[in-house]
Write a protein that binds this ligand. Structure first.
Ligand code: 9D3
Length: 256
């Protein structure tokens, strides 16, 4: 997958992309990331990328011409993909959106700064607008990195184990059960006995119940889209949890 990133701070991207799984994915050619400095497309001596808003008011607005020229350049360089503006006004980023983007061949990510981009650039050049959540960042760069990271790990061969992308929290909508590793006792605190039993069926059932317990307690909203099998409902009933789960899930009565 090809990502073109348009930004006035290309250096912000270097270290996140040069370590760990993303670095390996780049080395193996599974992702390619090109950084374009929007300032290189400014047309004046001072390489101006922002200006004061018409009509007055606080802050600065990103000028349309350098942004447009930068998009046109990545088009010439072979990126025909969706142009995504990272903006607080975009649709909310979720794992479903990550999956949707992972199906694309290439993307162009435009990082806004200041109070935003000129409306004419947004309307004429952007195919999609994304926000990563309801909190205030200083610009779109960190949002673009979140998107690159979450999309890349969904691509075939990027994670070691072919199943690890699909099996985790947000594809099942359950939080992960508590996890333990050595030592068996840490500062006087042990490990649940069942995890040491070697009974893999019993361990799986225990972990399922603990995952549901955590999800009800911390993120009941996630359970709204979860569906359970007959066997899972049987386990939930046995634990006296079926009522609490029924109250928040989408399953119809015949599964219960
Ligand atoms: C006057 C209101 N402005 C400042 C508080 C609005 C504003 C403009 C620009 C707020 C943040 C930003 C910069 N943020 C982004 O460009 C951004 C962002 C974000 O702030 N939160 C979540 N997702 C994103 S994607 C891009």
């Amino acid at each position: 997958m090809l990502f073109d990133v348009l930004t006035i701070f290309p250096d912000l991207f270097r270290s996140p992309l040069e370590e760990g799984i993303l670095r390996k994915a780049r080395e193996e050619g599974k992702i390619r990331i090109r950084l374009t400095d929007i300032r290189d497309f400014a047309d004046d001596r001072h390489a101006t990328t922002d200006d004061r808003p018409f009509g007055g008011g606080e802050g600065m607005v990103m000028k349309p011409e350098p942004l447009a020229a930068a998009v046109e350049k990545v088009r010439e360089d072979g990126n025909a993909g969706r142009v995504i503006l990272l903006t607080p006004q975009g649709r909310r980023y979720t794992q479903d959106v990550a999956r949707e983007l992972a199906a694309e061949e290439s993307l162009v990510l435009v990082c806004g700064r200041y109070e935003g981009v000129d409306e004419r650039f947004r309307a004429s050049f952007c195919d999609d607008e994304i926000s990563i959540g309801d909190y205030i960042l200083t610009g779109g760069e960190l949002a673009a990195m979140v998107l690159i990271d979450s999309v890349s790990r969904l691509l075939p061969g990027v994670l070691g184990c072919p199943d690890s992308a699909g099996k985790d929290t947000f594809s099942r909508s359950l939080l992960k059960h508590a996890q333990y590793t050595r030592p068996r006792e840490f500062r006087g605190i042990g490990v649940p006995e069942v995890l040491l039993s070697g009974d893999h069926g019993e361990i799986e059932r225990y972990r399922f119940i603990e995952a549901v317990r955590r999800t009800i307690e911390r993120r009941p909203d996630l359970l709204a889209r979860e569906r359970f099998s007959r066997e899972e409902w049987r386990l939930l009933k046995k634990q006296g949890m079926a009522g609490a789960v029924s109250a928040v899930t989408a399953d119809s009565d015949d599964e219960r």
